[in-house]
Ligand binder design. Structure first.
Ligand SMILES: Cc1ncc(COP(=O)(O)O)c(C=O)c1O
Length: 366
């Protein structure tokens, strides 16, 4: 029996997609074998891949002057690969709003030291808000500005680039780690030099990393780096310099088709907003029994961390919620308490079940 799964990632996948995968697993569309058994260079897989790229272009309205790459190594490898490809002998600015953007800074500094500049941080607020624009120390000549559009652990999301204040500078490409909110609502890809995301939240199974990059930013790698890590080489070779994770990419394609059937990103955004509002309303209306520390203008629609007034109740909440069919609500150890990840594939009914349980728990223990 499938239960409501609030895992932060790998995360729940639409049931319709899983059922389609099950049906197509041994024999894809009557060709006599499954997708994971066919050559990535053969005609059939090439056709599947071209449709996946076309569907993603349509979903996110990605212009032709942006390359779409399906890479490996997770979003974590991007933390190193981005400066390898784009630092171009200069320096880059980073905004730190939580654990993930902090990791990006550290990974970059490991390779390039002070050329990776922390231009602003919300560490002083324990990462419960975005960076105060007045505190930013920006370099107008930065090769790029990196930020995380949704901090999966802290539950802090950027909804509008205006929230980045002066960090949005003409001539400085924006690079966003969208691992945990890509495809959750429409964005204007043209506002960015590059966006990237690990797949295992809103795209599909783990094992593939999506990179969308403006083509004029390709070919700037100045230091000798492996071809496999060079965006320009991957673009020239249709992300097939080596054997790609074909099955994960195929499943991502089924998720894209599912999203298009839902009405695309405007439709899924409405659902995501309704789900998040219901959950935050429950937390805020609990008279302090539950609490979420994040500033109102950047409360994530995807990851909702919350604490219980009495920490001693945490293990009881977790045990009882699991018995009630609500999985993976334990919060990340950095912030403690609980976290409900409510990505695209979590229906409103799942969030309704969660708030029903939360209200009942509060009445019994409050
Ligand atoms: C915002 C964000 N960035 C980066 C990562 C790292 O992704 P990966 O494990 O695919 O390397 C995660 C993983 O959860 C994430 O949530």
């Amino acid at each position: 029996m499938r239960l409501w799964n609030f895992s932060a990632g790998p995360a729940t996948i639409p049931l319709a997609v899983l059922e389609q995968v099950r049906a197509e697993l041994p024999d894809w569309h009557g060709v006599g074998c499954g997708v994971m058994e066919m050559s990535h260079r053969g005609k059939i897989y090439t056709g599947i891949y071209e449709k996946i790229v076309a569907d993603l272009r349509q979903l996110m309205d990605i212009p032709e002057d942006y390359a779409i790459l399906f890479l490996q190594g997770g979003a974590t490898l991007q933390f190193s690969q981005i400066p390898m490809n784009l630092l171009d002998g200069g320096s880059a600015d980073y905004l730190t709003t939580g654990a993930w953007s902090e990791k990006a800074v550290k990974a970059g500094q490991r390779l390039y030291g002070d050329s990776i500049r922390e231009a602003g941080t919300s560490a002083d607020a324990s990462f419960t808000r975005l960076v105060d624009p007045a505190s930013m120390r920006l370099n107008p000549k930065a090769k790029y500005l990196h930020f995380c559009s949704n901090e999966t652990i802290g539950g802090v999301e950027v909804f509008d680039l205006k929230q980045l204040g002066g960090a949005v500078q003409a001539g400085v490409p924006l690079i966003a780690d969208m691992s945990s909110n890509i495809l959750s609502r429409p964005i204007n890809v043209r506002d960015y030099g590059m966006v990237y995301a690990g797949a295992q939240k809103n795209i599909g199974p783990a094992g593939v990393t999506l990179v969308i990059i403006r083509k004029d930013l390709l070919g700037k790698a100045t230091t000798a780096i492996p071809a496999l890590l060079d965006y320009a080489e991957e673009e020239k070779n249709t992300s097939m310099l080596n054997t790609p994770p074909t099955f994960a990419i195929y499943m991502a394609g089924l998720v894209f088709e599912w999203l298009l059937k839902q009405g695309g990103l405007p439709a899924i955004a409405q659902q995501n907003q309704a789900k998040a509002e219901l959950l935050y309303k429950t937390i805020d209306g609990s008279g302090g029994f539950y609490a979420n520390p994040v500033a109102l203008d950047c409360r994530s629609w995807m990851n909702v961390p919350f604490t219980l007034k009495d920490k001693a109740l945490d293990p009881i909440f977790l045990e009882e919620s699991e018995k009630a069919g609500l999985l993976a609500l334990k919060g990340h150890k950095l912030v403690g308490g609980m976290r409900a990840s409510i990505y695209n594939a979590m229906p409103l009914a799942g969030v309704q079940a969660l708030v029903g349980f939360m209200n009942d728990f509060m009445h019994r223990y409050g």
